[in-house]
Write a protein that binds this ligand. Sequence first.
Ligand code: PLP
Length: 397
Amino acid sequence: PSVFSAIEMAPRDPILGITEAFNADTNPAKINLGVGVYYDDNGKVPLLSCVQKAENILIEQPAPRTYLPIEGLAAYDKAVQELVFGADSAVVQERRAITVQALGGTGALKLGADFLKRFSPSSDVYISDPSWENHRALFESAGFKVNNYTYYDAATHGVNFEGMLASLKAMPQGAVVVLHACCHNPTGADLTQQQWDQVIDAVVTRGLIPFLDMAYQGFGAGIAEDGAVVRRFAATGVPLLVSNSFSKSFSLYGERVGALSVVAASADEAARLLSQLKRVVRTNYSNPPVHGGKVVATVLATPELRQLWEDELAAMRVRIKETRDTFVKKLKEKAPQHDFEFVRQQVGMFSYSGLTKEQVAKLREQSIYAVDTGRICVAALNSRNLDTVVDAIAKVL
Ligand code: PLP
């Protein structure tokens, strides 16, 4: 037998598994609500105008494809850092923040995880219960023990905040706590600003290491509003990691554009951190790809394109909010005995709909695909499929 002969089949990715089943379904009216992607009202992944315009600018200035620096395109790192922390923030002004281009939000999380494993090897990692399904696997693959902290309350369809706070207060000093900066995936349940105050206070007093994951900036209340929590954490002066992604906010999924930022206590400490982070990059993939980073840097640094991006992102955000409203309204007509009002309070692309595994299975018999947990992607609903989905849900309730 060879080294490979005893290897077992790995479990299927739960979300990608839904897409496989969906693709195999021959019903032309099939609907996939299991995805984590923004679709427009025509059911298409948009190509943003700001992206097309930036690409046109880049095509007019053909450039050789040399390697980028290990930490990525300088203009990108600078623009992202200013977006995430604010150009006028103390951490940027005092050069205490470092930002490296990463392969999407996932790549940023993995860089941060590998980095933390080197310098805080005995920390445990805590993720929300539930969380994005890759958080656990990602930190485990970096060598950490991963625990849950209390988060979702199925009874209220919101956050069990007392439980969350109790979890934070029970964590050992030096534990890494992964927090969704906005638009919690998968539940759509976010903290209020007052609740964030208490979370920040608990993190600081217990000496925890916050790792903010911001994959949906601009899909909640707005770009600045969604990013506010990052700035507030940064202002406390504690060591902080932030992963951010442009997959959704620029609709650049396959280009793999994201970044990891780390906040240090001083400019000198930041320079040392950067040198070590570059080693993590170097030993993983050497340096990041060029195209997506150039597109995002061009948009962020060109005032007209940036305005266009903000408008296009606002349109996506508004469409999701309106879809939530219509969804709730129509469900009220079709299933008046059930209260779906909470869907309106949820934030971002997703909704924990409250549908059970059995109900999700019944929806699938009608060629409507959702995650077993009841998570649906609100951004996959549109004016053509909404009635079908609402009728189907009303039937399985
Ligand atoms: N973090 C969260 C919470 C996510 O939902 C996602 C994407 O679904 C990511 C990170 C990863 O983002 P990317 O696709 O840019 O790797």
